[in-house]
Design a protein around this ligand. Structure first.
Ligand SMILES: CC(C)(COP(=O)(O)OP(=O)(O)OC[C@H]1O[C@@H](n2cnc3c(N)ncnc32)[C@H](O)[C@@H]1OP(=O)(O)O)[C@@H](O)C(=O)NCCC(=O)NCCS
Length: 383
């Protein structure tokens, strides 16, 4: 008789090895050795007869919302052996992983997934779509000149620049220090910093992909510019690869939803390719509400009734850019954990709120819109 799986943190190197092999089988290709995540956040594996049959990790990071960095667990590499699927293994792995993430201080959890239905059941909701863009390389060469020198490498001030720029959006990670080594330690990736007057003003992460019968494409994985001129300088730099490179691909997440490229290109040859979405869950609702930033100019109170297995009533009071919550209230705004997550992320504008939540007092809809629709939602970080 086959035993019931036990769900545990990986106990030793063998569990990590088996989990890595399972991830490789599940996601295809040369999956990386997941042991590198050992100290990067909680992990959980399902084990039967000493064999790993499922697993997931939650990378420890912070996610910017309203200008504040909120502790989050970035869920990745969720997989279950095919013969064990549909038997509740992933649910148990995720439950354990989220308990550990909460214990680790995480109040949010975010993930990229095509399996939206699976995670929606557990309280995540879609916050944004991944997108890829591509543009002919040669066209970038003709952009007007912009000041600055592009030099190899990301210095610490350049990483600080990335952090500063990321803070202006809702959704980007405040990348942990290991992020850069993780993403850029292989020999394929090159990093560049744009320096103007001795100060970093932009960053570029790029790799070259050979194309048959000759030439290459460029795949950009980080594109950060302080302003329009800095962006132009980086684009012209990419255009400099045009003698060999046919196309510049901006990989998933690399550009925001309406990329500044549309204001730069003299000819609209930007192609968009959809990717799958990212989803958000509030693991600790009061702490998540209190630890994000709120608009300084908006003061108001919402009486929330959160539905579902952990139903609760909560009063949210916002003033001076901060929020305080307390249990109770009238529960005038009834919403599911998923709807709450989508609103928190800034994904629901007032018409979408009305469609999603049903008829609500106009004043409440306007307040909800003003509270979370100030900044564009964008997750540039893929994990
Ligand atoms: C996705 C995956 C991890 C699910 O594992 P699992 O052990 O079969 O999942 P569970 O049995 O715990 O089912 C979880 C819930 O999702 C539902 N579900 C499972 N697969 C689903 C699917 N493809 N679409 C919609 N719902 C699904 C189940 O009905 C269940 O709902 P319930 O909790 O209300 O009963 C597994 O199919 C897998 O490893 N797939 C390949 C890798 C992958 O796609 N990973 C996720 C990408 S981020």
């Amino acid at each position: 008789m086959t035993s019931e799986p036990i769900v545990t943190a990986p106990r030793h190197q063998r569990d990590w090895d088996q989990y890595s092999r399972l991830a490789a089988e599940s996601f295809g290709g040369d999956h990386r050795d997941l042991t590198c995540h050992r100290s990067r956040g909680p992990a959980a594996v399902a084990v039967v007869d000493d064999e790993v049959i499922g697993g997931a990790v939650a990378l420890r990071a912070h996610q910017f919302f309203g200008g504040s960095a909120v502790p989050t667990g970035c869920v990745a590499d969720v997989c279950v052996r095919p013969e064990w699927r549909g038997r509740g293994v992933a649910r148990r792995v995720i439950d354990t992983l989220m308990d550990r993430t909460r214990a680790d201080g995480g109040v949010l959890s975010t993930l990229w997934t095509p399996a939206t239905g699976v995670y929606r059941r557990w309280g995540w909701e879609v916050a944004g779509l991944g997108r890829r863009w591509s543009v002919p390389a040669r066209g970038l060469r003709s952009l007007p000149a912009a000041p600055g020198d592009v030099v190899p490498g990301f210095t610490e001030p350049a990483r600080e620049l990335q952090r500063d720029l990321a803070r202006a959006w809702d959704g980007p990670l405040r990348r942990p220090s290991w992020w850069w080594d993780w993403k850029y330690s292989d020999s394929e990736h090159r990093c560049y910093t744009l320096v103007v007057g001795g100060e970093p003003q932009g960053l570029l992460g790029v790799r070259v992909r050979p194309v048959e019968p000759w030439g290459q494409d460029l795949v950009v994985s980080d594109f950060w510019a302080r302003d329009t001129a800095s962006g132009r300088a980086l684009l012209r730099f990419l255009g400099g690869f045009g003698s060999m490179a046919h196309t510049v691909h901006f990989d998933t997440g690399t550009l925001a939803n309406l990329p500044a490229l549309v204001w730069e290109l003299p000819q609209h040859e930007l192609r968009e390719q959809g990717w799958y979405p990212w989803m958000l869950r509030l693991l600790d609702i009061p702490a998540a509400l209190e630890s994000r930033g709120w608009p300084r100019t908006v003061t108001g109170r919402l009486d929330l009734a959160i539905t579902g297995p952990a139903a609760q009533r909560l009063v949210l009071e916002v003033a001076d850019g901060r929020a305080v919550t307390s249990p109770g209230g009238t529960g005038a705004v009834a919403l599911s954990p998923g709807q709450l997550a989508a609103w928190y992320a800034g994904t629901l504008d007032p018409p979408a709120l009305t469609r999603s939540l049903g008829p609500l007092d106009d004043g409440i809809v306007e307040l909800m819109g003003m509270l979370t629709r100030r900044t564009e939602v964008w997750l540039p970080d893929v994990f």
